[in-house]
Design a protein around this ligand. Sequence first.
Ligand code: AMP
Length: 215
Amino acid sequence: MGPPGAGKGTQGAYLQERYELHPLSPGDLLRAEVARGSALGKEAQGYMNSGKLVPDDVILKLVANELDTLGEDRGFLLDGFPRTLAQAKALDGLLLVRNRALRAIVLMQLDDEVILQRLSQRLVCPKCKLSYNVVDNPPQVEGRCDQDQSELIQRQDDQPEVIRKRLEVYHESTAPLAEYYESSGLLDKINADQPIQAIKEQLQKRLDERLKKDG
Ligand code: AMP
């Protein structure tokens, strides 16, 4: 969890590889639906482009479907979900009936001013979803993804007015989730205003300890 631009996608990509996790990001799934021009994509697009949350029932269906495509033993990494208290409670139910449980929760913390700056400098790969920062984390070849050489794009919702709305929604609907998860004993808070490598190392250390404890 964390505000837009905290580095969830970037760090998530490392964690997926290290712990062999299936990525489960409603934002990515929705963008794929929008690109396909499906009915779901059309429904979601207006919310996304204005920085609002897509209704819970749509998101929960997406997440449930995705969970059901995984084998029982396949680990997964939620990114950008849950984002509301209702989603967090629904997730508890989705996991319970599938005999699954969360093993770690990470909250990446970052101030609004830094977010505004970071997101205005963000470019993403439409194919592999890697994101870059033109100042702090530029691609090797300008405008091209290091991994697959696709042309990098700016996300439609990375415009200043939309970023402000997304931050407002984050503070109102998503930030209170930290309190919901505080008592679970699974929550790690990370200062996201550090170089990518430093965050990566801290995250891995904390998660390694957590997973070792779990066995
Ligand atoms: P993200 O890529 O996670 O920043 O998500 C981009 C956009 O997709 C958000 O601004 C929302 O419009 C929508 N979205 C993604 N995840 C959720 C969610 N869990 N609940 C509601 N809307 C979501």
